[in-house]
Design a protein around this ligand. Structure first.
Ligand code: HSE
Length: 431
């Protein structure tokens, strides 16, 4: 049986999972693929560390060049994460004629144009299934299964940590801080959990989904990103009273001839499938013109789930290597009807707004006067219980408003003497 050699750079949690699967399912995979996948080298800066899986010392190395420079290795699997030296390792590997498998969402979101162009130039591929939704085959589905479709929108819950925190707040009345602590203990938060809660991890994943669905590799600076750190337990509970759940959504949406690309906490109607996605689970809701509305759902993190996706990419590439094929997956035809990215100021949405205000005559009149001045129409308003400090939360829902008008109105409202905390505004999405 033909053998295809791979080299793995990064013998951490996911790397160990990949080796485990390739070892334990060796004959299972060989029978399916008609060839044998051989792990020829495994590189990590720490090869002395005890791991859940043992690897023959002969194939372990601390030097990535042992993988990159090995002419018998056809596929390099990069699993170290981060930008440097992952970028250099991938670049060098491509130049040496290797195909790449990576789970590195941050790297591809930032340097995708450069790396994909280099890969295409060398007639090689970079596969990245594990970078979004771990084992959920969303990348392959967008790239291959839905190849004939045009897309209207993608709404994704793509960060398990944020979803876990919001679910804990909603289901168990947990505070934000306690829920984050729990997510860290459970091990699915990033090393730096601000990447999760500030929305950057979701933005990286959204950039990749947008690229596959709309053919635009959007720069991170052009993605509107707002995390969940300002979402309070009170907001979660008011949302429920109003018939919504708060979710951190990653959204790419065509509006006329423009594309909106944004990540932010969002009110999702309780009846929508995305509202029932709880805990560390991920879900990507894709609206396509031929296949209709589709939901991809599953665990968005975890060793074997991510490793499953990495092995799928390896398996795909072995078939290409075996056939001497190059499938130009990066010539993703851009949606030509999209002329530009929509500017943040032009986003339009319904909003939930919460003010903490002095409970005295005229306050509501002042607030609604300012909203009216900026053309914002109120759909409902509720004044919540009076507290001992004589300040009360006022919860409003407003009809569709332009982002720039809403921001100006909130600034003016915030400047009122009667307003005691920075107002909170959360978009309400008609998914
Ligand atoms: N920190 C990520 C999450 C892990 O919480 O979803 C998977 O990318």
């Amino acid at each position: 049986m033909k053998k295809i050699n791979i080299g793995i750079i990064g013998f951490g949690n996911v790397g160990s999972g990949v080796i485990k699967i390739l070892r334990e399912r060796k004959s299972f995979l060989s029978e399916k693929l008609g060839l044998e996948i051989v792990v020829k080298k495994v590189c990590d800066k720490d090869i002395a560390l005890k791991r859940s899986i043992c690897v023959d010392k002969q194939i372990l190395t601390k030097d990535a060049r042992d993988v990159i420079d090995d002419p018998q290795i056809d596929i390099v699997v990069e699993l170290i994460g981060g930008i440097h030296p992952a970028k250099e390792f991938i670049t060098e590997s491509l130049k040496k004629g290797k195909n790449i498998v990576t789970a590195n969402k941050a790297l591809l979101a930032e340097y995708g144009s450069e790396l994909f162009a280099l890969a295409a130039d060398r007639g090689k591929n970079i596969y990245f299934e594990a970078s979004v939704g771990a084992g959920i085959p969303i990348i392959k589905s967008l790239r291959e299964g839905l190849v004939a479709n045009r897309f209207n929108s993608i709404f994704g819950i793509v960060n398990g940590t944020s979803n876990f925190i919001l679910s804990e707040m909603s289901e168990n009345n947990c505070s934000f801080t306690d829920a984050l602590g729990d997510a860290r203990l459970k091990g699915f938060a990033e090393k730096d959990p601000t990447l999760d809660i500030d929305g950057l991890d979701s933005a990286h994943k959204l950039i990749l989904l947008t690229y596959l669905a709309f053919g635009k590799l959007v720069a991170l600076k052009d993605v509107f990103v707002e995390g969940i750190s300002r979402v309070s337990l009170a907001d979660v509970n008011y949302a429920k009273e109003l018939g919504f759940e708060i979710k951190l959504l990653a959204i790419a949406k065509k509006v006329d001839d423009e594309l909106e690309v944004r990540v932010h906490p969002t009110f999702v109607p309780k009846g929508h499938l995305l509202a029932s996605v709880t805990g560390v689970f991920n879900a990507i809701y894709v609206s396509s013109d031929l296949a209709g509305d589709l939901l991809f759902y599953g665990p968005g993190a975890g060793q074997l789930s991510a490793a499953s996706a990495v092995v799928a990419d390896i398996a795909d590439l072995t078939q290409d290597v075996n056939a001497g094929l190059f499938r130009p997956t990066f010539n993703i035809t851009g949606d030509k009807s999209i002329k530009r990215l929509r500017k943040i100021e032009d986003f339009e949405s319904k909003y939930y707004i919460r003010f903490i205000a002095l409970d005295k005559p005229g306050v509501l009149a002042n607030v609604s006067g300012i909203l009216a001045k900026f053309g914002i129409s109120i759909a409902s308003v509720t004044q919540k219980e009076r507290s001992r400090q004589e300040v009360v939360p006022i919860v409003m829902v407003v009809h569709n408003a332009k982002e720039k008008n809403l921001r100006s109105a909130l600034m003016a409202i915030d400047a009122l003497n009667a307003i005691k905390e920075k107002p909170v505004a959360i978009r309400i999405e008609e998914v």
